[in-house]
Each structure stands twice: as C-alpha cells, then as structure tokens.
Unconditional design. Structure first.
Ligand code: KG4
Ligand code: ZN
Length: 341
C-alpha cells in the first residue's frame, strides 16, 4: 500500500480518537470515551469532556503507535479536528497536534470534523463515489451535505433547525426513564409497533416542506413523546415502552431517510453515504436500504465503529488533503466551534 502516513487526532466531543492511516489503509484506530463520566448528567458536560481529553490523549496516542507499529518520526503529516465541536475539547486536540508538529517538524493539517465523517468510508469501501450526498446524524449534528470532492468541495444542503437527531434520542430516553446515551437503548427497546402512535414528522408538509426541504426539526417529536407519556402517567395508565420507542424511532428515521433520498433525487446524485452515531441505528439502515434500492441509489454505510467519532476519520481526511496537494495549516490555527464545511 502507498500513500502518506498520517496521524489523526479527534477531540471535538466526548471521544479522544487517535488514528493512523497510510493512504487509504487503516493502521490504527484507538478511541477513549468519557461517555461514562457524562451518564449521571444525562448529556455531555463540556468541562468534563475537556479534562478527560487531557488525560486520555497521550495514552491513546501511545496505544495507536503500538497498534500500527509506527514511530512518530516516520509520519508524513498530522491531521487534527479544528471544528466544529466543543471549544474546550477541540483546543486539547489542537494543542496536542501543534506540539507534535513542532517537536517532530511535521506539517499540520487542521480539518473539518464533518468532512471526516464523510471521508471515513474510504477505509471500509474504497474510493467514494463523487458526487455523493452525505447524511450525518449524531448527538451534535444532523446535516445533509453534497460532496463534490471531500478534500475540497462540500456544500451543506440543510441541517437541523433545533435538536440533532441523536440529541432527540437522548432526551426521549430520559423521558422514558432509560439511561444515556439513549440512541442504542431506544434502538434495542423499539420492539413494538411503529404505527402504534403517530408522532409528528417535522418539516415534511406544506409550507414547512417547501421552505425547509433539506432541513430537519426534532424538537416537535421530542415534545410530543413527553406530552404523550405525561398524559398516560397522569391518567394512571401504563406506558407501553416498546410501542412508544418504536413509534418515536419511526418518526425520526422516516424523516431522515425520506429527506436523504429526496436530496439525491433533487440534485441528481446517484450515491448516498451515512455517518455519525445515529447511523448505527438499525431501523434507519433498513429504511435507507429499501428507499435507496427503490431509486437505484448506491448506499454506503461504514461499519458502526467508524460512524461514531474517531481519529481514523481525521487521519484519512488528512491523507486525502495531502494527496490533493492541500497546503498545511499554520501553527497558529485556532479552534472554531461552528466551523462550516
Ligand atoms: O457520533 P457520536 O458518537 O458523537 C457525537 O454526538 O458527535 O454520536 C452519539 C449519538 C448519541 O446521541 C447517541 O444516542 C446516538 O448517537 N446513537 C444512536 C445509536 N447509537 C448511538 N442513535 C440511534 N440509534 C443508535 N443505534
Ligand atoms: Zn461527529
């Protein structure tokens, strides 16, 4: 295998990720998550996440170098997430990458986290079909992107106007008395009838759909589930968990899959890629498989471990930037919590 040997550091949320790739070949992908420390708060606490990154960065880097059997002196470059994400968390990754770049005299590449979610599928399924549409769904972001060239040209078609999809899962889990993070728990609990309760599908009808064709809204469905549960409890009735979870999940995944396929059709784009923690969802994957097949759209789904935040996605994006002749970043590059793609 050929291509540049790139180290990737990721620290935008609660995962400290260190990946090493050579070209499109994955050599190491070590992740330390602080998720357990956030459980009792029901969501990521930025200050706690930043401290955890500080503690985890060096041991995770050492594990990645050992797994890849690579010495840092052999690297061709260091890629790091410059944004978007939590400011204090991003700063830890950037400071670490700058220190390594300076000490080792290697070029530094500050890259976009969302573009990393797009690039990572290369490691599983080879070169991306370009152009493609990317549906990125996690606890922090929900976006539809049109990817002309992942290293140089990505356009955001739309995004959530309120909660991210994963955030809605996490909040609904709380309402149902289920632990954080709620996505995988609701995915498993959703064994009931998805048509038992009709929860709202945000921005899919009338003027909303016209104005927000590629945008999402999940605060309505979250509130509807909370009201529904409150009413049942007030009336002293049981809450049928399996049905509520399945019906909520159906509302979210129906909208995500319909809008993603609509984006492919509207922009005449024959391939769809998914990424982010919610992309691990089984119902979302099943709906996307059916709906893309119905329109002859190629569906690219990275394995779940590459869908969630990790360093390999940053490393492989860095490798693509280097291969495309991208210029290194200056050592005074700053973190940007709302960096656009
Ligand atoms: O990408 P990720 O690990 O971190 C960021 O938020 O950036 O995504 C975590 C989110 C959480 O909100 C979690 O509840 C959700 O992804 N999630 C899922 C599933 N697995 C994780 N949501 C639905 N179904 C799942 N199977
Ligand atoms: Zn992410």
């Amino acid at each position: 295998m050929t291509g540049p040997l790139i180290l990737g550091l990721e620290s935008s949320c609660d995962e400290t990720g260190v990946g090493i790739v050579r070209g499109h070949e994955l050599l190491a992908n070590e992740v330390a998550s602080s998720v357990e420390e956030h459980v009792r708060f029901g969501g990521v606490v930025p200050e706690v996440a930043s401290r955890a990154h500080l503690e985890a960065m060096v041991p995770t880097l050492e594990r990645a170098c050992a797994a890849a059997d690579v010495d840092l002196s052999e690297l061709d470059g260091i890629a790091v997430t410059a944004g978007p994400g939590l400011m204090g968390a991003l700063v830890v990754g950037l400071a670490s990458a700058k220190a390594l770049a300076l000490a080792l005299d290697k070029p530094l590449y500050g890259v976009n986290h969302l573009a990393g979610h797009v690039a990572v599928d290369l490691l599983d399924h080879g070169p991306l079909p370009q152009p493609c549409i990317a549906l990125l769904v996690s606890g922090g972001h929900t976006s539809l992107l049109r990817v002309e060239d992942m290293a140089r040209s990505i356009t955001e078609l739309g995004s959530t106007i309120d909660d991210a999809a994963g955030e809605a899962y996490d909040k609904v889990a709380r309402v149902l008395g289920l632990p954080y993070p709620g996505g995988p728990v609701i995915d498993r609990a959703a064994t009931g009838d998805p048509r038992a309760i009709t929860f709202p599908r945000g921005l899919t009808a009338g003027k909303d759909q016209e104005r927000h064709r590629f945008n999402f809204s999940f605060s309505g469905v979250k509130t509807a589930v909370a009201r529904w549960v409150e009413t049942r409890q007030r009336d002293g009735e049981d809450v049928p968990l399996a049905d509520v979870a399945a019906s909520f999940q159906e509302a979210v995944c129906d909208v995500l899959s319909a809008k993603a396929v609509d984006a492919c059709l509207a922009t005449d784009t024959p391939a769809l890629l998914i990424g982010g923690g919610v992309a691990a969802n089984r119902r979302l994957r099943a709906l996307l498989e059916d709906r893309t097949a119905a329109h002859g759209i190629e569906l690219r789904t990275p394995r779940p471990a590459l869908c969630t935040d990790n360093g390999a996605m940053i490393a492989v994006l860095g490798s693509a930037v280097v291969s495309a002749g991208g210029r290194p970043s200056s050592l005074d590059i700053g973190a940007d919590s709302s960096l656009p793609v």
